[in-house]
Design a protein around this ligand. Sequence first.
Ligand code: SAM
Length: 226
Amino acid sequence: MFHDKTNFEEARHRMVERQLVQRGITDERVLQAMREVPRHRFVPEDLWDMAYRDTPLPIGHGQTISQPYIVAYMTQMLHLKPEDRVLEVGTGSGYQAAILSRLAKQVYTIERVEELARRAKRILQELGYDNVLIRVGDGSHGWPEAAPFDAIIVTAAAPEVPPPLIAQLADGAPLIAPIGPAGYQDLVRLYKRGDRTETEYLTPVAFVPLVGEHGWRERGSEEEET
Ligand code: SAM
């Protein structure tokens, strides 16, 4: 069996070499965070042995923890600085928030499923990652009292970038989000430049839907009700 600290550490280092470095992740701070954060702690215990595989995993409530490469890629694309304040929408397991917490000064993260938020909060506390604030609610509204943010990362798929999130970006700051219907989206990076935005399409991805006022409706459907 594999439930031993050294083995997890070895699996993590292997994950970083084979899944991240070999696929072109070059930001040493991101690689170091991915070597350091114990990903297995963020998945259900019966899946600990699979935590370092090249795949997303279920975390309950029909939700997932993203594939390690996607976490690293999205993080790298934000170019975080140690003094940054970052907003994440879609806490899920808390793993992405943990990675962000190693790279930025303060992380704000919002999750709509209360039990997931509670679990993420407990694990982050146990690991001593004390620069993460978690809120339960519809993250498509952002976290206006804490704005402006130096970066925003959305880890659930929306039909378009929620306008409140653009409003809560600092001037010159990036936002990264999967945009499109359930099952298939484009990963988009947008920079706020004064009252304009600059948008680039990065790569195709598949995220669970952002469910909320500026996201999809409850069932994750793209159909309009008439
Ligand atoms: N970043 C997460 C991690 O590291 O485990 C993975 C996020 S998972 C792919 C997407 C999450 O977004 C789910 O936990 C889901 O409940 C949450 N979500 C969906 N719509 C939301 C909304 N409007 N506000 C906040 N969270 C939302």
